[in-house]
Design a protein around this ligand. Structure first.
Ligand SMILES: Nc1ncnc2c1ncn2[C@@H]1O[C@H](COP(=O)(O)OP(=O)(O)OP(=O)(O)O)[C@@H](O)[C@H]1O
Ligand SMILES: [Mg+2]
Length: 379
């Protein structure tokens, strides 16, 4: 493909750059809200980047700043190396696809998709050609003369996507575009967006607060909290090596415990957690710890193996009792009591073959300490 050939020969071009962008909303009589705080990141040409974080962390504000709908309080936005702080949305060619589609209700599918092209005064045969191509690509053929109210949610979302894509934007911004759709349609539409992005070689910045959605398809993930960028990297990196307890909690719903440092070796640190001892690679620690320190250990629920009591799975093992069990379709989720505490364990339900432990049954738990993350306790 063009994209990979290009990538092989030269460095990917930076299409979008934010430098120390902040946004403070002033609220009359109520002080101010720091919605975005000194955010810096780049998006390369052809990249699909997701921006993830909890509600209110500043994702939409960041997108609106990039689209030119609001001005940052401080910092700079560059598109293809050019400072665009003073350009309005119409001068940037960075459309946004919203959660509520924002289609024109009184215009047909054709007219909705054609709207931006007509505004650019394209000849009508060129408009018809481009709209027809979009309808073909997005499976909207046959709906052209209908109004948005006569479409399903998925079709409306595809019209919104077509309307943005037809303008061949430099970057496409998505703000939680699929949260109105049911789970199946969401997976389908997400795959569709990814496919279109690759075919048209479009650069996309996609906002979501859904972990599965954020990790599912992108080249890179940017994690935000309280207006700040906390971590960025490829999905695997962020999932396997969360930089802070917040990321471990938000991305993998990790279990957290106090960890007492028993000794520090050249490569590993020996810790005690709930009276169990584990040797964890020093590389999994966010700082160099010292003996007797108390750290925070994050244990990802999918890294813990369960087996009927008595089965030997390995060294790092203890007994537990199933306290709660939930069948989640793709996965089985347990709360297991061990020692004086509990731990969440998640098992993939591979082809329905996974045994489900019933509440009250005794199991052996096996840990994988090479996947533990250790953090300095702050504050
Ligand atoms: N126009 C506004 N005036 C005042 N405060 C605002 C405004 N828009 C957003 N905020 C505040 O700024 C912060 C960031 O809001 P933003 O909409 O960017 O969050 P978000 O990450 O998109 O959240 P969500 O996932 O719920 O959509 C929030 O505290 C919000 O209440
Ligand atoms: Mg938002």
């Amino acid at each position: 493909m063009m994209k990979s050939q290009k990538r092989d020969t030269d460095k990917p071009k930076v299409l979008l750059e934010l430098r120390n962008v902040s946004k403070i909303y002033r609220i009359p009589k109520n002080g101010s809200i720091v919605a975005v705080e000194s955010a810096s990141f780049v998006v390369h040409e052809g990249e699909f980047v997701t921006l993830i974080g909890p509600s209110g962390c500043g994702k939409s504000t960041t997108l609106r700043i990039i689209g030119g709908f609001i001005k940052p309080t401080a910092g700079e936005v560059y598109i293809e190396g050019k400072l665009v702080n003073d350009l309005g949305p119409e001068e940037r060619n960075i459309p946004m696809v919203f959660q509520n589609y924002a289609l024109f209700p009184h215009l047909t599918v054709f007219e909705n998709i054609a709207y931006g092209l007509k505004a650019r005064r394209l000849p009508s045969d060129a408009v018809a050609h481009d709209v027809a191509m979009m309808c073909q690509m997005l499976n909207l053929v046959g709906t052209e003369s209908r109004f948005p109210s006569e479409l399903s949610d998925g079709q409306q979302q595809r019209v919104a996507l077509a309307r943005a894509l037809v303008l061949k934007p430099k970057i496409l911004l998505f703000d939680e575009p699929l949260s109105n759709l049911d789970a199946r349609l969401r997976i389908q539409t997400r795959a569709e967006i990814k496919r279109m992005q690759q075919i048209l070689n479009i650069t996309a910045l996609y906002v979501t607060h859904d972990q599965a959605e954020a990790l599912g398809s992108p080249d890179r993930v940017i994690v935000m909290n309280n207006g700040q960028i906390i971590q960025e990297g490829n999905p695997r990196e962020v999932y396997d090596r969360p930089r802070t307890p917040f990321v471990a909690d938000f991305i993998s719903n990790a279990n957290f415990y106090d960890a007492y440092v028993l000794s520090v070796g050249e490569r590993d640190v020996l810790i005690s957690v709930q009276e169990l001892e584990f040797s964890v690679p020093l590389a999994n620690c966010d700082h160099i710890p010292a003996r007797d320190d108390v750290l925070l250990v994050a244990i990802n629920p999918i890294t813990i193996a369960l087996a009927p009591l008595g089965t030997s799975l390995g060294q790092m093992q203890c007994e537990g009792e199933i306290e709660h069990s939930l069948f989640g379709g793709h996965s089985l989720q347990y709360t297991v009591r061990f020692g004086s505490t509990t731990i969440r364990v998640v098992h993939p339900n591979i082809q329905g073959s996974e045994v489900q432990y019933s509440v009250g049954s005794m199991v052996s738990l096996t840990f994988n300490p090479t996947s533990f993350r250790l953090y300095e306790v702050k504050g």
